[in-house]
Design a protein around this ligand. Sequence first.
Ligand SMILES: Nc1ncnc2c1ncn2[C@@H]1O[C@H](COP(=O)(O)OP(=O)(O)OP(=O)(O)O)[C@@H](O)[C@H]1O
Ligand SMILES: [Mg+2]
Length: 232
Amino acid sequence: MNKIIELKNINKIYKTKVEEIHVLKDISLTFNKGDFVSIQGKSGSGKTSLLNIVGLLDEPTNGEIIIHGEKVDYKNENMKNIIRNEKIGFVFQFHYLLNEFTALENVMMPSLINKNMTHEKAKKKAKELLSLVNLSNRTKHKPMELSGGEKQRVAIARAMMNDPDIILADEPTGNLDTETSNIINDLFIKINKERQQSIIIVTHSLELANLAKYKYKIENGKFNMILPTIKL
Ligand SMILES: Nc1ncnc2c1ncn2[C@@H]1O[C@H](COP(=O)(O)OP(=O)(O)OP(=O)(O)O)[C@@H](O)[C@H]1O
Ligand SMILES: [Mg+2]
């Protein structure tokens, strides 16, 4: 099936003691296999809120999410866990690697949690993924012994460990200098092109946003597609 995730009339309203913030207003979107989607928007516009909903880390106030044709049932913890572990890979602004484990072990972690392959197979695959992100020479390093860009590349390899349908990346280069950001951006482009890995990326990098197949901007709670400029 081509459709991976469908959002139907998603609203997100945060209720605090003093006010209600209507962050996402009636958003309907479809993400297909192989898509490379970029999301831009001002700070506080709702980008992280949206990714958290797509990644089932948070519930919408109302609306539906359909993953592989199946409507997500928020009361079904088991269903949500399976989708989060097997279908979605996360890369955050801060890497969230486990400090006491090596790069290799961190990449293996999703499969160790999932128990979907033997330890040996997981190790082999994690090594391949570290090679894909050009870190074959850092497999035994712990996060503290890696640079910011290297940590982020480990996080990308980890996100790919369970062959997710989609990778959700929330400002993955937000903490990195331009040169390192370019390396990470190129890596996302490479895994999209070579492996047809679907990616939704929140980015402030216009360069990366422009390389995406679909470009969106969140403004006033609405999701607007930025159409390519036609050169005459
Ligand atoms: N748990 C919460 N409770 C109340 N308000 C929240 C909560 N989480 C986020 N908000 C508010 O919702 C709005 C959207 O937040 P969100 O984190 O989605 O923005 P963002 O676009 O990711 O911003 P940034 O670029 O700064 O990361 C913000 O105004 C924020 O203050
Ligand atoms: Mg954010």
